[in-house]
Design a protein around this ligand. Structure first.
Ligand code: CP
Ligand code: NVA
Length: 309
């Protein structure tokens, strides 16, 4: 599988085989890391990380992951480079391409990451935009694959806001052949282009993509229940109003009882306990949820090792 030089902007740019290859590779790298074998496959390679929004997992998992593979990383925060304000995104992309081997960006507008990738001569990785969060979903799929020893045929139900994470889950689940149900209030559905991609992909392979408003019926038969915050970064002013709108979409014990017996609960984190998920459910599923957080690092190492030339 040759992915050298490729950007990682959305899962929709990848084929099923490429996603499955990256997941297998991530499992292999994770095994090596756990047994103390740190293969220096990115020796002398440098990754720049640009953050226009806060982060714990993304920053640390990329920085440590890069180091585990023998490479280096450098984090640039908004107050340092002021992406798109101090100079054009195109100029920033061309300058960073002269110093680094890969750039990861977390920002607001998805088109800014596309603009960066257009001008960069090194691969660009999307570390979250308002539209999608593909690295997160690679970690999620890795966690599900490790737990169930398969992906195809499983059902994932996402309950909550049809946000960046929900958009990428639609693309990711459809690509690997999982049924996906999204349960959200009316007006908070995922973006059309992700929904249409998932529906078209699923139609070809015979899997289901549904939007079901009622969370109780949405989780019926689910092997994985997934949620995320009700107000994403950048939506802080809507947080109070959203708490009321999303109240019926909380992941609690009663909701989980309606899922499949073997159901696990995932959350990309950070979590707001007693809002989108109860403390009780989070703690019951802590093993999977923190494995999922760890898997960010292994999934991203597979991506980095594959796309950096
Ligand atoms: N899940 C995730 O992307 O976490 P951070 O916002 O802390 O990076
Ligand atoms: N939807 C959340 C995800 C955080 C990892 C946000 O964009 O803030």
């Amino acid at each position: 599988m040759n992915l050298k030089g490729k950007d990682f902007l959305t899962l929709m740019d990848f084929t099923k085989d490429e996603i499955l290859y990256l997941l297998d590779f991530a499992q292999e790298i994770k095994k090596d890391t756990k047994s103390g074998h740190f293969l220096p496959i990115l020796q002398n390679k440098n990754l720049a990380l640009i953050f226009s929004k806060p982060s714990l997992r993304t920053r640390v998992s990329f920085e440590i992951g890069m180091r585990q593979l023998g490479g280096n990383s450098l984090t640039l925060k908004q107050d340092e480079i002021n992406l798109g304000v101090r100079e054009t995104i195109a100029d920033t992309a061309r300058v960073l391409s002269r110093y680094t081997d890969c750039v990861m960006i977390r920002t607001f507008a998805h088109k800014d990451v596309e603009e960066f990738a257009k001008y960069a001569t090194v691969p660009t990785i999307n570390g979250l935009t308002d539209d999608c969060h593909p690295c997160q979903i690679m970690a999620d799929l890795l966690t599900i694959k490790e737990h169930f020893s398969k992906l195809e045929g499983l059902k994932l139900t996402y309950v909550g806001d049809g946000n960046n994470v929900a958009n990428s889950l639609l693309a990711g689940c459809a690509l690997v052949g999982m049924d996906i149900t999204i349960s959200c209030p009316k007006g908070y559905e995922p973006m059309e282009r992700f929904l249409n991609f998932a529906k078209d992909t699923a139609k070809k392979s015979g899997f289901k993509v549904e939007i079901v408003n009622d969370p109780m019926s949405a989780v019926s038969g689910a092997n994985v229940i997934y949620t995320d915050v009700w107000a994403s970064m950048g939506q802080e002013s809507e947080a109070q109003a959203r708490k009321e709108i999303f109240k019926p979409y909380q992941i609690n014990d009663k909701l989980c009882d309606n899922a499949a017996d073997d159901c696990i609960v995932l959350h990309c984190l950070p979590a707001h306990r007693e809002e989108e998920i109860t403390h009780s459910v989070l703690e019951k599923h802590a093993k999977s949820i923190f494995e999922q957080a760890e898997n960010r690092m292994h999934a991203q190492k597979a991506i980095l090792a594959s796309i950096i030339g």
